[in-house]
Write a new protein. Structure first.
Ligand SMILES: Cc1cc2nc3c(=O)[nH]c(=O)nc-3n(C[C@H](O)[C@H](O)[C@H](O)COP(=O)(O)OP(=O)(O)OC[C@H]3O[C@@H](n4cnc5c(N)ncnc54)[C@H](O)[C@@H]3O)c2cc1C
Ligand SMILES: Cc1cc2nc3c(=O)[nH]c(=O)nc-3n(C[C@H](O)[C@H](O)[C@H](O)COP(=O)(O)OP(=O)(O)OC[C@H]3O[C@@H](n4cnc5c(N)ncnc54)[C@H](O)[C@@H]3O)c2cc1C
Lengths: 252, 397
């Protein structure tokens, strides 16, 4: 069995970020790293692979044949990677991204895709379901736990007040939530070993995907600054007032 | 005159060729980034509490073991990573940016603990200890210093006497790092045998070996340090490390390696001081603006940066020479001397930049101030480094 783990490589969130003033897309020129969200997906994939004796192949679409984030996943224990890079992909929307990734998945021969629920930078949260639709596979989303039993994949789907148990037959696409597992730190041996693991670099032509973009970002506005919070001085009634407040905003 | 000139020319040593720019490999950079990640999620948020509670962070040290940090420099056949010394120094430096105590746990665990067993141990000793040490399921210590023998390690008074089946060792050791943790499995000690000094590998918990209560230290509160009492500790023939009577030479060689990693630790410490000072200088206001606009403050930070750049060049030059199999004794001493004094100066100035807040334990720089001083003392004092350097220049000190 093969598991395709999606890895989006994104600009280092610790470094200052900028939007391109014309396309409103994130400037992706600096150092790129594995999206934190995907380190959970990779960890889930690796744990599953270790249990099943399966193999994890990393799939990524990224500008400039970027591989540094993919190397992290390889150092964590994935066996190989496919990276799709093409100048024509600059400004790709979520659907084009999904078409590229779905095509790449077909090449791997994987029967399970593990993605994160949403990326840290683009954050549309649409890619996993789109990939599933394009492949014609069921999408099991918001998984906080994932197990495979024969040809059945079973997840615990995070809900507002608990979880649902959802299952489907393989092949399938699963998106996992952040915090579901503790991603391992790559070991030194893993880092050394990652050097010699195969990374296949592909272009759009290799995949036979056309660079059609149906969506355009027309404008971006700053989010409203967060208003100052309310301070409850404890005069003996603070607890009641806090409970009333939480009740009012419907989090209780 | 001409004769003298030509004489001077003839005596100029040929300039050594070496790379001016230190370029790190992909693997080295990825290791440094991984350790930096570990530091930001596991070390920085906890180091203050470990310090306050004098707690050895065993959970994080075990994680470092799983990451293979204790095995970086050792061959794969012993569970190591077959990496170079430069990589190891990068790991120590990154850890020290978060906390000096956890960095010395690694530096001493490898440099003083596992290294003698690898360098001088026979195949049986290596197989017995290195795999557990490399994976961090065990920790090793090295007991050289004694109450009456520190810089003058040749004055060692502990004694080992032959028994029918091995050796009986008695004496006491002082200030031994990593010697009393839950995961300490083995301690190498030096002791007098016949004419010379020899080294012995003693399993933790050996009858007659007492690990004294932990010292109360000025700094390095999260590092484990104890005195040891050896009262007729009996060990087998196989526990003699290397040749009898060669112990003195052995530990001198060991200390040369250790000096580079302590210098890397000092570099990380100085970088932590710079990071905190810079952030504070930008955000602390006085007289209507951030204190960083005062030249007196800005220049302290400029001096810190300068010393850090110089220390970095010295540390990785020494490490690079070692990796290339070139002599590095003097360069290790130079790097240790300069980097540790730079760290102490950086910590002192960081506290000054923080003003009163720097004297309060909640500020990280108060901890850096207490933690840095030992760097000028351990693994060869600054005076001893100057002696090594002066001797390498032919002076009879
Ligand atoms: C400000 C801004 C606004 C945008 N608005 C829109 C918009 O309205 N509509 C639209 O279609 N696009 C939009 N985009 C573009 C979109 O972010 C990109 O197309 C992106 O490549 C895919 O979407 P995502 O990151 O939001 O993915 P998500 O759907 O949030 O990603 C979910 C998961 O899918 C996987 N994944 C996603 N991308 C990759 C990849 N490149 N390689 C490997 N795995 C991946 C990862 O596991 C990821 O965690 C916008 C981008 C920006 C910067
Ligand atoms: C926290 C901590 C951890 C340690 N860990 C270990 C460990 O794991 N293993 C271990 O074996 N040891 C360890 N040590 C001991 C350390 O290496 C010694 O303290 C150090 O080498 C200095 O020896 P000393 O304390 O006996 O000082 P001394 O040798 O008594 O020196 C006192 C002063 O005299 C100076 N001096 C001595 N000789 C000369 C000279 N010839 N010329 C000029 N000045 C001189 C010294 O520089 C110093 O300023 C540790 C110490 C500490 C505090």
């Amino acid at each position: 069995m093969k598991i395709a783990a999606f890895v989006k490589q994104i600009p280092d969130q610790a470094a200052p970020q900028a939007l391109d003033p014309d396309s409103f897309r994130l400037v992706r020129s600096g150092k790129m790293i594995i999206d934190d969200s995907d380190s959970y997906g990779v960890e889930v994939s690796l744990q599953l692979a270790e249990k099943l004796g399966a193999e994890v192949v990393v799939v990524s679409m990224a500008p400039g044949q970027e591989t540094s984030g993919v190397r992290t996943a390889l150092a964590m224990g994935a066996a190989s990677a496919i990276v799709v890079s093409d100048d024509q992909l600059a400004g790709a929307d979520a659907l084009l991204t999904a078409r590229v990734l779905a095509q790449a998945v077909s090449r791997t021969g994987a029967d399970l895709v593990v993605a994160a629920t949403e990326s840290t930078d683009g954050y549309t949260g649409t890619v996993p379901a789109q990939v599933a639709a394009l492949l014609g596979w069921p999408a099991l989303t918001f998984a906080k736990e994932l197990e495979v039993d024969g040809s059945t994949v079973r997840i615990k789907r995070q809900t507002e007040d608990g979880f649902d148990e959802v299952e489907a037959e393989l092949p399938a696409v699963v998106s996992v939530t952040a915090g579901s597992v503790v991603p391992r730190y790559p070991s030194f041996k893993g880092i050394m070993g990652a050097k010699s693991k195969p990374v296949e670099l592909l272009s759009l032509a290799d995949l036979g995907v056309a660079a059609e973009v149906g969506e355009r970002v027309l404008g971006v506005r700053d989010a409203e600054a967060r208003a100052a919070g309310e301070v409850f001085e404890d005069d003996g009634t603070a607890e009641e007032r806090i409970v009333a407040f939480l009740d009012e905003i419907k989090v209780l | 005159m001409l004769v003298v000139m030509s004489c001077i020319f003839a005596r100029q040593p040929r300039r050594e060729r070496f790379k001016v720019h230190q370029e790190f490999s992909e693997v080295q950079l990825q290791l440094a980034a991984t350790v930096a990640d570990f530091v930001s999620s596991e070390v920085l948020p906890n180091a203050g509490a470990w310090d306050e509670e004098h707690r050895f962070p065993i959970e994080q040290v075990r994680m470092m073991g799983e990451m293979g940090l204790f095995g970086i420099v050792f061959p794969e056949e012993y569970g190591g990573g077959a990496g170079d010394f430069t990589s190891f120094c990068l790991a120590v430096e990154e850890l020290a940016k978060g906390d000096a105590s956890i960095a010395i746990t690694l530096s001493a665990g490898v440099g003083l603990g596992a290294n003698p067993i690898y360098q001088f141990g026979g195949e049986e000793q290596r197989q017995r200890w290195l795999p557990q040490l490399c994976t961090g399921s065990a920790l090793a210590a090295f007991g050289l210093t004694e109450p009456d023998a520190g810089s003058d390690a040749g004055a060692t008074q502990s004694r080992a006497e032959r028994t029918g089946s091995g050796w009986r060792i008695s004496g006491s050791k002082a200030y031994i790092t990593n010697s009393g943790t839950e995961m300490t499995k083995v301690i190498t000690v030096t002791a007098r045998t016949g004419q010379g000094i020899s080294a012995f590998v003693i399993p933790a918990g050996a009858p007659g070996l007492t690990v004294e209560p932990a010292y109360r230290k000025l700094g390095w509160h999260a590092s484990d340090t104890h005195g040891l009492t050896l009262d007729g500790v009996e060990v087998g023939e196989e526990s003699l490390l290397g040749e009898e009577g060669r112990g003195f030479r052995q530990f001198l060689a060991i200390l040369d390696d250790g000096r580079i990693s302590v210098a890397a630790l000092a570099l990380g410490q100085a970088e932590a001081c710079l990071r905190e000072s810079l952030a504070y200088a930008k955000t602390r206001n006085a007289f209507g603006g951030p204190i960083g606009r005062f030249q007196a403050i800005a220049f302290k930070i400029a001096d810190m940066e300068t010393a850090i750049e110089a220390a970095r060049a010295l540390v990785y030059r020494a490490a690079g020479l070692k990796d290339h199999g070139a002599p590095f004794k003097k360069e290790a001493a130079v790097a240790k001397l300069f980097a540790t004094e730079a760290a102490v100066a950086a910590a002192r100035e960081a506290v000054q930049i923080f003003g009163g807040a720097g004297f309060i334990e909640e500020s990280p720089v108060a901890r850096y101030f207490r933690d840095s001083k030992i760097l000028e003392i351990g693994e060869g004092t600054s005076e001893i480094q100057r002696m090594v350097i002066a001797r390498s220049l032919g002076l009879p000190v």
